[in-house]
Design a protein around this ligand. Structure first.
Ligand code: 13P
Length: 271
């Protein structure tokens, strides 16, 4: 079975005390809940990564960084390197978020360098991609997806691809309250998986977790996660309130068979 992952991207929200409170609420919930293998990740801002990592160590919550520098080290004021992130204990980083592309002008060349730096420092990557409203209106969403994906994935080898998750986040759905329909998400996720299969091979493509992001809420999560190629979610707004985050997790759990049902395999090794 492919990994199932729910990520809360806090963006530039929460001060230290608010971060402590939210983490404590999530831990209180996950401690007693059978998550059926669903991975729960949070991405707080840089100053709280070390605290977040330490306070979630040996729990069911994992911590992710929101970005890294493409540079390894040196005179780059304000930048945070992959090595610095890794030394906090954090093992995963988001790269290519549409807000980095839009507000910081990040493009294929830089994002490729960031991915190289992450992989060289043993960080798993959640690579974000997605079309703007104008691109969707022009029916160019598949063309955009292909370019955003292939520009950065083409140079990778199969082993490196195992360290990558893809998050499809249509820009028009981020923070707008407008969500892609389950059909739109599935259609794009299937396309992304096919691109990965064409570039690498079907087995590699079958293993890559594909997450959906864009106004994901407890109310729309069940339908989205029921799609065969939607393996998880990357949420912003809903991740800032424990009850909403938990609502999305609960919706996802309804789609994961319980261990008893999973045990119905007729012979060992069949999946
Ligand atoms: P919203 O869930 O607030 O739309 O944000 C999505 C997102 O950008 C997650 O990275």
């Amino acid at each position: 079975m492919r990994r199932k992952i729910v990520v809360g991207n806090w963006k530039m929200n929460k001060n230290y005390w608010q971060a402590v409170e939210l983490i404590e609420s999530l831990l209180a919930y996950t401690e007693t809940r059978d998550l059926k293998g669903l991975e729960v990740l949070i991405a707080p801002a840089y100053p709280f990564l070390h605290y977040a990592y330490q306070s979630t160590k040996d729990t069911k919550v994992q911590v992710v960084a929101q970005d890294i520098s493409a540079y390894e080290s040196g005179a780059y004021t304000g930048e945070v390197s992959a090595d610095m992130i890794r030394s906090t204990g954090v093992q995963t980083v988001i790269i290519g978020h549409s807000e980095r592309r839009k507000y910081h002008g990040e493009g294929a060349q830089l994002l490729g360098e960031k991915i190289d730096s992450a992989l060289a420092n043993h960080l798993e990557v959640i690579y974000c991609m997605g079309e703007t409203l104008a691109a969707r209106r022009a029916k160019a969403q598949f063309e955009v997806a292909k370019k955003q994906l292939m520009d950065v994935l083409r140079p990778l080898n199969r082993d490196q691809m195992q360290q990558i998750c893809i998050a499809y986040e249509p820009v028009w759905a981020i923070g707008t309250g407008e969500t892609a329909t389950a059909e739109q998400a599935q259609e794009m996720h299937r396309y992304i998986r096919q691109l990965i299969a064409d570039r690498f091979d079907p087995e590699t493509a079958a293993r890559v977790p594909l997450l959906y992001g864009g106004s994901l809420r407890p109310e729309n999560a069940a339908l989205l996660c029921a799609q065969p190629d939607v393996d998880g979610g990357l949420m912003g707004g809903a991740a800032l309130r424990a009850e909403q985050f938990i609502g999305v997790i609960e919706a996802w759990l309804t789609q994961i068979p319980s261990p008893a049902k999973r045990g119905c395999r007729s012979s060992p090794g069949m999946d």
